[in-house]
Design a protein around this ligand. Structure first.
Ligand code: PHE
Length: 365
């Protein structure tokens, strides 16, 4: 067995030669200084300080040296590696700081700059209000029905027991299309949707019909030639006025809150018999000390709409067996309902399309 390799010349182990170590260190330092960003520095770290780097290789060679040569080589390589590690850490800190500064600069928002963004609109209260009403009935299993706004005179009047000579026919100030003999009108109420529904479906029928209607009214704070109604129609066996009252009470409570119900006052509509005006319990004063209440003007009640048990003549005209079925119907102004629900003083606000008005309602959920 040979003795210890005392003659071994460390200079002969290439990776350990001082100039090699120095070159590896300088190459590493130059690469570190040249790393432009954190990504580049990461690669430099792998190349010059990683397991396969020249200095790591040299470090591994130390073990192959005779003991007396190890110390000196170890120091030389340790110093070189230390310098590289330090330079890496320093460069890392500089690049991180730069990166952070750049991000901050890039993400700066000048809140004083004028915006070119189109402001988000809001759904119109008539749309959300109509949907809210429809939802209340859909939740009870009713369906939503629609009809045209340009309507046959026969459906708007005759089918609803408003014959040509009926005085109520002139009570509704009708827009006629030209020529008048055409028999086509702008519907004066949503009740023709009742007639259409009965003519096209078989009972049981439970429909709610929100829609636009037209009358030759002046345009002022409480009237408009275009407004909105919601019609309800239920046709089934054994339907009575009690079902009508219960339905409207539920509608009122769902829309205006617990304890807000309705009362009926006798009235007349050709298409219902008996007929009633529906009043809503004032949801502001709730009928208590009403004298100063602005909403109901001291009445304790608010006029809400018309209703009644469907006249058998209407059932027959619309092809429903009046012996077997009975029904109820009601109709209210949606605009009016929204006016007192939201304390809107002027009806025209609902029609003028001012976004400042619409956006105050936002989207009602
Ligand atoms: N159509 C009636 C109106 O416009 C309201 C109403 C509907 C009344 C249904 C009774 C039943 O005045």
């Amino acid at each position: 067995m040979s003795g210890p390799n005392t003659d071994y010349d460390p200079v002969e182990v290439t990776p350990l030669k001082p100039e090699e170590v120095e070159a590896a260190r300088d190459a590493a330092l130059a690469a570190i200084a040249g790393a432009a960003d954190l990504e580049a520095l990461k690669q430099v770290r792998i190349d010059h300080a990683g397991d396969r780097s020249a200095l790591a290789l040299a470090n591994r060679e130390i073990g192959a040296l005779p003991p007396q040569a190890r110390k000196e080589a170890g120091q030389r390589i340790g110093q070189a590696r230390g310098a590289v590690t330090q330079a890496l850490a320093a460069r890392q800190a500089v690049l991180e700081a730069e990166h952070e500064e750049r991000m901050l600069a890039e993400e700066t928002v000048d809140v004083t700059l004028p915006t070119d963004r189109v402001p988000a609109g809001a759904r119109h209260p008539l749309t959300t209000g109509s949907e809210l009403i429809a939802d209340i009935f859909v939740a009870m299993g009713w369906e939503v029905a629609e009809g045209p706004v340009i309507e046959a005179e026969w459906l708007n009047f005759d089918a609803l027991n408003l014959g040509p000579d009926h005085p109520a026919r002139t009570m509704q100030d009708t827009f006629w299309t030209d020529p008048p003999e055409s028999g086509v009108v702008l519907r004066t109420h949503t009740s023709p949707v009742q007639a259409r529904t009965m003519l096209t479906r078989t009972p049981p029928i439970y429909v709610v019909c929100p829609g636009r209607v037209f009358r030759t009214d002046e345009y002022d704070a409480t009237h408009s030639p275009v407004f909105h109604q919601v019609e309800g129609l239920a046709i089934d066996e054994g339907i009575t006025m009690a079902h009508l009252k219960g339905t409207l009470d539920h509608f009122a409570t769902a829309m205006f809150g617990e304890g807000i119900t309705t009362r009926f006052r006798p009235s007349y509509f050709p298409f219902t018999e008996p007929s009633a005006e529906v009043d809503l319990r004032c949801f502001v004063c709730r009928g208590v000390d009403s004298q100063d209440c602005r909403t109901c003007r001291g009445e304790g009640w608010i006029e809400w709409g018309g209703c009644g048990v469907v006249n058998p003549r209407v059932l027959t005209a619309c092809g429903v067996d009046a012996e077997r079925y009975t029904g109820f119907a009601f109709g209210m102004g949606i605009d009016r309902t929204l006016m007192f629900r939201h304390d809107i003083e002027d009806l025209r606000a609902l029609f003028e399309g001012d976004v400042r008005f619409t956006t105050t309602f936002g989207s009602e959920l």
